[in-house]
Design a protein around this ligand. Structure first.
Ligand SMILES: Cc1ncc(C[n+]2csc(CCOP(=O)(O)OP(=O)(O)O)c2C)c(N)n1
Length: 590
């Protein structure tokens, strides 16, 4: 059947047709929809893990037990999963184990730009890199076969352009009902203590030699000879851009980004006059191909940028071909910086922290937007879970005493479950004090409102239509109970839509600077709780600007300096009525 599928949909379809038994991952753009699509199939058990390390370990266990397993994550998730990855590449697999790493060149939705291909070379496991949805579908099936044939996990790498672009795919019709492989205990293979690990290291070296032989004839790389004056090596979406920019050039399209096939690369290099390597945001191919003794030529035109996504226009410029258009936004478009949604339950916490002049170590989620004007309340965002441990580090550097500003760590519920728990434990263990805020909006909002341990809704339940608001009582994590169990004495719960309560809780916590306080702010994300109240009315506005400083997209400042409500965006949350010092904003209630 021919279908129009995104790369993520195609990977889910391919995995299903390959008879995958288990899908596990942690959400992260651009990988998220893969597992969401796979979870719709009754034959496949899927779950969100609290983080990528756990996801990979669950998949590794399932694979060891004989199940074909797919584990999905975004590129930074591979950092979190790197510890098990580097050892599972030694143990090898039983059922096929495929790791999807979704990269985000240009950082459309990420805190850094890194290339997961380096991980495949580092771990010495094959990496397949599709250039369209058909290949995404085909390659994931090949990946399971290669994993089982060579006894190793296999990575599939997609960039955002492949993950989210829809192209035609010839799919099969049916789930391949793979039997579970039998499980035989094998400590020498799976118990990685030094004596066994050394033996497995030899196995990995031997496997690497076999994989290089395989690379030469796998059919995953494709040589396309056209005009031999120019030869280009490229992969993934960049290959498509090369075809568009240089339709007559010969191409060596890498579908297997590790290991390389030295003989066929050399043969291609020798068959063209000039050899160019075109890749985005890193020199991965160049470094490896040059290391094989294959030289490439410098671009005749303007060098390719060292960061960000490539486009056909940029590639044309590198070859001194006039590019008729460039994908840049027109200069006269009004800027539209990201902001928290109207009614977002995170907003009043940041307004209060800003007004208190707190030093805030932030984290990754919608609430990172607490850093943007007019809130401007967040001073760091590094990686998931860092807020709490960095607040402890600030304490060790005596920032509060030296600046006379309270230091506050702020983390979301999903991020707390991901890696905040151990950070908090570290602070408790080492006798730290300070103030930590957990913003529980009942969901993993940033990546599309997935379930997580704090709301308790599972991926399979969500696939059946359950909302994070409908979870049966008792199943969600008791965040306050957990914090107390970790040893935090001062734990309070606050409604984050109640400004007076938010202020009081933050004042109490930061006043007692020698105590460790955790404030758990509760109120559901507006994307899962869609109830709207009538927009409030503004009467006799004095143009003080206090409500404008909320940064709510539903409030505008008119030319007269007064505030106006955009009724199409307002959800009637009442936050603006609470900050108006003159009582000019009247909530209309239900
Ligand atoms: C290691 C890692 N995995 C995944 C992501 C993608 N990601 C960004 S924010 C986020 C979760 C945010 O959820 P939560 O902490 O509940 O905050 P909310 O967005 O709901 O405010 C995720 C999964 C990431 N940035 N880093």
């Amino acid at each position: 059947m021919r279908r129009l599928l995104s790369g993520n949909e195609a990977i889910a379809q391919g995995a299903w047709e390959a008879g995958v038994h288990i899908g596990v991952g942690y959400p992260g753009t651009p990988s998220t929809e893969t597992l969401e699509n796979l979870s719709k199939h009754d034959e496949v058990y899927c779950e969100w893990a609290p983080n990528e390390k756990v996801a990979l370990e669950v998949a590794a266990g399932a694979s060891m037990g004989g199940a074909r397993s797919l584990v999905t994550m975004k590129h930074v998730g591979v950092n979190v999963a790197a510890d098990p990855l580097m050892s599972v590449c030694n143990t090898g697999v039983n059922g096929g184990l495929v790791v999807l790493a979704a990269d985000d060149p240009s950082m459309f939705s990420s805190q850094n730009e890194q290339d997961s291909r380096n991980y495949a070379a580092f771990a010495r496991i094959p990496m397949l890199e599709p250039a369209d949805s058909q290949e995404a579908f085909d390659f994931v099936q090949r990946a399971f076969e290669i994993s089982e044939e060579f006894d190793c996990p296999v990575m599939v790498r997609e960039s955002m352009r492949i993950a989210h672009t829809k192209t035609l795919v010839e799919t099969g019709e049916s789930h391949n009902d793979q039997p579970l492989r039998s499980f035989e205990p094998d400590p020498a293979k799976y118990v990685m203590m030094p004596g066994f690990a050394r033996q497995r290291r030899l196995f990995v070296n031997d496997r690497t030699r076999k994989l290089v032989e395989f690379a030469e004839n796998s059919g995953l790389n494709r040589v396309e000879m056209r005009d031999t004056s120019i030869g280009v090596i490229a992969s993934g979406a960049v290959y498509q851009h090369v075809r568009e920019a240089l339709p007559n050039a010969s191409t060596y399209k890498l579908g297997l980004s590790w290991p390389f096939a030295p003989q066929s690369l050399r043969a291609f290099a020798n068959s063209v006059d000039k050899l160019y390597i075109v890749e985005e945001a890193c020199d991965y191919f160049a470094e490896h191909i040059h290391a094989l003794g294959i030289r490439s030529d410098a671009f005749p035109g303007i060098a390719l940028p060292e960061e960000g996504e490539l486009t056909p226009a940029l590639i044309k410029r590198a070859f001194s071909i006039a590019a008729p258009y460039a994908f840049t936004a027109a200069d006269d478009l009004p800027p539209r910086p990201p902001s928290l949604c109207a009614g977002c339950p995170h907003r009043l916490v940041f307004v209060t922290l800003r007004n208190m002049k707190a030093v805030v170590t932030g984290d990754i989620g919608c609430y990172t937007l607490g850093a943007t004007p007019p809130l401007g309340a967040v001073h760091s965002t590094v990686d998931m879970g860092a807020s709490l441990s960095m607040a402890h580090g600030m304490e060790l550097a005596h920032v509060q005493e030296r600046t006379n500003r309270p230091v506050v760590g702020v983390i979301g519920d999903s991020t707390f479950a991901h890696s905040g728990i151990t950070s908090l434990l570290g602070t408790v263990y080492n006798g730290g004090s300070g103030t930590l805020c957990i913003l529980d909006n009942r969901t993993t909002a940033m990546t599309g409102c997935q379930g997580n341990p704090c709301n308790g809704v599972t991926l399979k339940e969500q696939a059946r239509g359950l909302s994070p608001l409908d979870v049966p009582a008792g199943k969600p994590l008791d965040i306050e109970g957990l914090c107390k169990a970790l040893g935090v004495d001062d734990v309070v719960s606050v409604d984050s839509q109640d400004l007076a309560a938010v202020k009081e809780a933050l004042k109490n916590a930061t006043d007692s600077s020698d105590t460790l306080s955790v404030i758990v702010f509760h109120s559901p994300c507006r994307l899962i709780d869609r109830t709207r109240k009538s927009a409030p009315e503004i009467k006799n506005c004095r143009a003080c600007g206090m409500c404008i400083k909320l940064g709510c997209p539903a409030i505008e400042k008119g030319d007269d300096g007064k505030a106006y409500i955009d009724f199409t965006q307002c959800v009637g949350c009442g936050q603006c009525a609470q900050v108006c010092p003159f009582g000019c904003i009247e909530s209309k209630g239900e």
